[in-house]
Design a protein around this ligand. Structure first.
Ligand SMILES: NC(=O)C1=CN([C@@H]2O[C@H](COP(=O)(O)OP(=O)(O)OC[C@H]3O[C@@H](n4cnc5c(N)ncnc54)[C@H](OP(=O)(O)O)[C@@H]3O)[C@@H](O)[C@H]2O)C=CC1
Ligand SMILES: N[C@@H](CC=O)C(=O)O
Ligand code: NA
Length: 430
């Protein structure tokens, strides 16, 4: 790369707009850091008639991907369109043409990361994707470089800004789900199809990427047990508060010996745990390394400029690598075999909410069934529910996922149990 590096930008939405703004406003710093001036020379968009929030010279805009992929002067492609196709095909073609790629696309990385990394290495090209996980937090570089001589055994975090924004507003202001989701969309946090956020898929993709890099095991998004927040109710949140917990969508990746578990699910976090206080669009990732112990990384998980900083940081690395002649040599390929834990090997505490007949002996029968399933009680809360029933909230000690699943199935067969309202994992606390 010489004094001027030409960049092709695929996508001019929330993140693409941030990238254009930062490249323009940090020209001088970028030159000092890389020894090159960086120019976005072409921008691929879908809809030429769309009103843009920044001015871009019309000659730069194109709806033809070949204008970027087959432009010999373009050395780096930044893909911020999103989705699997056509992004995958465009990136593979960019590598075929010797271009380095920076992307924010977790959908693509969690499904086809291996294929893309191999093609990049084969062609001597860089592929970086810092923006794909936890937006502006430089978490991927941290996990890959900062923990290179440590053994990570746990990664736990809030890795979706939209759902954290929704849960924060539901918890602190009692606002309804739909209203807060609309706000998150207006702020540019949500995915084009917000179902990915709400149903936990976006977080699952990010956890697959984190677990792959942290444990050196090739995890795909469908290896992640995934549940979203669409069924979380104000009542759940209220009972959680009474017991000292905050509801969060938590991603957990753990490894014991050679087996790993990765999940995303609505979780009650003890208020004493720092993750319970991560609010709004902020993300936080807790990483436990056997040598270093506990670490935690915090920052904005979505939004135009925070996400663009991550894209630009990768761009700077590409240009620096080129100056050092080491493009295509930083690939982190998984080198451990993938062995997923069975439900018998996954342990956690659980919050269970039941509607039961309000009569003597009910709690004793439920406690007996729990004991038969090797589950012990940590906390119990009971409140009247209508004229004849009671709402029973139980927090268990650590139990296997298999035991809890068996218990939930069996307890619903009791005639004294009217309804299973909810069951959530519990993290933090004693
Ligand atoms: N928003 C955020 O906070 C974050 C987003 N990301 C990721 O960044 C990527 C981009 O997200 P975001 O900026 O929010 O998305 P937007 O929907 O705001 O923008 C997408 C852009 O890509 C263009 N585009 C989409 N499909 C095509 C296509 N087939 N051909 C040409 N152009 C196309 C659109 O064109 P047009 O404008 O003409 O419609 C638009 O400019 C996604 O992978 C997302 O997951 C990652 C971290 C945070
Ligand atoms: N929709 C995502 C955007 C960033 O990855 C989120 O809300 O976290
Ligand atoms: Na990041």
């Amino acid at each position: 790369m010489n004094g001027k590096v030409k960049i092709g930008l695929m996508g001019l939405g929330t993140v693409g707009t941030g990238v254009v703004r930062l490249v323009e406003s940090f020209q001088e710093d970028l030159f000092k850091q890389t020894g090159s001036s960086l120019e976005i020379s072409r921008i691929l968009i879908k809809n030429p008639d769309k009103k843009r929030s920044i001015y871009v010279h019309p000659d730069k805009l194109t709806t033809n991907p070949d204008d970027l992929i087959y432009d010999d002067e373009i050395e780096v492609v930044i893909e911020v369109m999103g989705g699997i196709e056509p992004a995958r095909t465009y990136i593979l073609e960019a590598f075929e043409n010797g271009k380095h790629v920076v992307t924010a696309n977790k959908d693509l990385l969690a499904a086809h990361g291996d294929e893309l990394l191999r093609k990049a290495a084969e062609k001597g090209c860089d592929l970086f994707y810092e923006a794909s996980v936890a937006g502006g937090i430089p978490i991927l570089k941290t996990v890959v470089e900062g923990f290179s001589s440590d053994r990570i055994t746990q990664i736990m975090g809030i890795v979706n800004g939209t759902t954290n924004y929704i849960l924060t507003k539901m918890t602190q202001e009692g606002l309804p789900f739909e209203q807060v989701l609309r706000e998150a969309q207006e702020l540019g946090y949500a995915e084009p199809d917000p179902t990915s956020d709400v149903e936990g898929l976006d977080a699952a993709r990010k956890m697959a990427i984190l677990a792959t890099l942290g444990f050196h095991v090739g995890m795909k998004w469908d290896d992640v047990a995934c549940k979203g927040i669409s069924e979380v109710t104000q009542e759940d949140i209220r009972y959680g508060k009474q017991l000292g917990y905050t509801m969060k969508l938590i991603g957990i990746a753990k490894r014991d010996d050679d087996c790993v578990e990765v999940s995303v699910e609505p979780t009650f976090v003890a208020n004493s745990h720092p993750i319970a206080n991560v609010n709004d669009v902020f993300n936080a990732v807790y990483v436990y390394g056997e040598a270093v112990g506990e670490t935690m990384f915090y920052g904005p998980g979505a939004g135009e400029l925070p996400t663009a900083t991550a894209v630009l940081s990768d761009l700077v690395t590409v240009v620096k690598n080129s100056k050092l002649g080491i493009n295509g040599r930083e690939m982190a390929f998984p080198y451990h075999e993938k062995r997923l834990k069975s439900p018998e090997q996954i342990f956690a505490k659980y919050f269970v909410r039941l509607i039961v007949q309000d009569e003597s002996g009910v709690l004793a029968r439920i406690a007996k069934l729990m004991a038969e399933n090797e589950i012990s009680l940590e906390k119990v809360l009971q409140e009247p529910y209508g004229k004849e029933d009671a709402e029973l909230i139980i927090v268990t000690h650590s139990a296997s996922k298999a035991s809890i699943e068996r218990f939930l199935e069996e307890v619903q067969e009791f005639h004294i149990v009217k309804e299973l309202k909810s069951c959530y994992r519990v993290e933090g606390g004693e």
